[in-house]
Design a protein around this ligand. Structure first.
Ligand code: ATP
Ligand code: MG
Length: 364
């Protein structure tokens, strides 16, 4: 082990559906990179979602989607690696699946104050045929990360109906904005050093406050470029000139909209990691869900989960070299044409590589 070797505890919450399959691949990769660089990573499994519910039932305990033991386990850890939770659409009425996502995810979000969401959207040049945009638009490449404030704004303000009138309140504080903004500048420093704040400052007072905070935080990051864009224009540019963006910082509602728009660019949910950042303890998970339609078949794409692990190395453990090594290894495997079914045309699916084979390929 080198002088800079670290020792970290990782809470592993694989959950339901494809969660356990893709998690096995991600844990294998993170474990391996730890060995290669001399770090000590200690993985502890905890139950969450329908899996937690079923385990409690089997043990004769009161079932829950987010057991106290899981929360305590997370508390003792340095990071949470999360898979996915939830069951098939046609089984939502069953107690095991009812409100499963809400209970598990909102519970974790609340407990660990996961106030900032980070979603990268990247088009690999050799997979650009999966991107719905023309090659001339993809141009030099698409590689952005959207940083969305998650616990404030109009979704959490007062909602009221009053006869023929209704209103929803958008409210932000300097503190509530500073948090995602600092993450945005920190992330930009590790990337192409550009932050674009997306807002509606021509209309909204909240957006003017976002700009004020952005300019103030910017003073601490003179090496990073800062610009501003209205949300309507940003929705156009994400489609018309996506290579423009590096780091986007935005509020809850605009981030919700813009990150869904950007999520179609890579071509599969199976490629997209995400991070939810709290006060010290962060959680990493694929952008996609439990994908019940393909669960248990060993065909899910583990890349999103593996890249979530890379984000954990970067943002929780400050292991930039190790994170970059995992990303490069994923890229190498994809480039070599070893692909899961979601990245192949229907007619090519018989050539698909399994979930575990992708995990093994990334490791070597
Ligand atoms: P949930 O309610 O948990 O989000 P869902 O039915 O909406 O479940 P998603 O997980 O969001 O399903 O996935 C949407 C589609 O994308 C599904 O057809 C799913 O098979 C596919 N998909 C998602 N993640 C992956 C993955 N890692 N590998 C392959 N396909 C995936
Ligand atoms: Mg879904």
């Amino acid at each position: 082990p080198g002088a800079s070797a670290v020792s970290k505890n990782i809470a592993v919450l694989a959950g339901d559906g494809i969660g356990p399959e893709v998690m096995a691949a991600a844990v294998k990769v993170v474990r391996k990179v730890g060995e290669l660089y001399g770090h000590r990573f200690n993985f502890e499994d905890y139950k969450v979602g329908g899996a937690a519910w079923a385990a409690a039932e089997a043990a004769g305990d009161t079932p829950t989607h987010l057991p106290a033991s899981t929360l305590e386990g997370c508390e003792k850890s340095d990071a949470i690696l999360f898979g996915s939770v939830g069951g098939p659409v046609d089984q939502q009425h069953e107690p095991r699946w009812k409100d499963c996502e809400k209970n598990a995810l909102l519970g974790l979000r609340k407990r660990f104050k996961l106030a900032v969401n980070l979603r990268p959207s990247k088009v690999y040049p050799f997979l650009s045929h999966l991107c719905p945009l023309k090659p001339s638009i993809i141009g030099t490449g698409v590689d952005m990360v959207i940083i969305r404030e998650l616990v404030g704004g109009i979704y959490f303000g007062e909602h009221k109906r009053d006869g023929d009138k209704a209103f929803d309140v958008m409210e932000y504080t300097v503190e509530g904005i500073r948090k995602p903004m600092v993450f945005a500048f920190e992330a930009a420093r590790l990337r192409r050093k550009k932050v674009t704040v997306v807002d509606k400052a021509n209309v909204l007072e909240c957006s003017r406050l976002w700009r004020e905070v952005a300019r103030e935080v910017h003073k601490g990051y003179p090496d990073v470029e800062l610009d501003f864009m209205y949300i309507d224009n940003a929705c156009m540019q994400v489609i018309q000139k996506p290579s423009f963006f590096d780091v986007v910082a935005t509020g809850n509602m605009f981030g919700d909209i813009l990150s869904d728009a950007a999520s179609v660019l890579p071509g599969s949910l199976g490629l997209m990691p995400s991070a939810s950042l709290g006060d010290g303890l962060h959680m990493y998970e694929p952008s996609g869900g439990s994908a019940p339609d393909i669960a248990g078949k060993g065909v899910a794409n583990p890349i999103a989960q593996i890249l979530s692990g890379a984000m954990m190395l970067r943002y929780s453990f400050q292991l930039e070299k190790e994170a970059a090594a995992v990303e490069a290894a994923c890229e190498e495997v994809l480039k070599s044409g070893r692909l899961t079914g979601d990245l192949l045309e229907e007619s090519q699916r018989s050539n698909a590589v399994s979930t575990s084979a992708i995990g093994d390929a990334v490791v070597v």
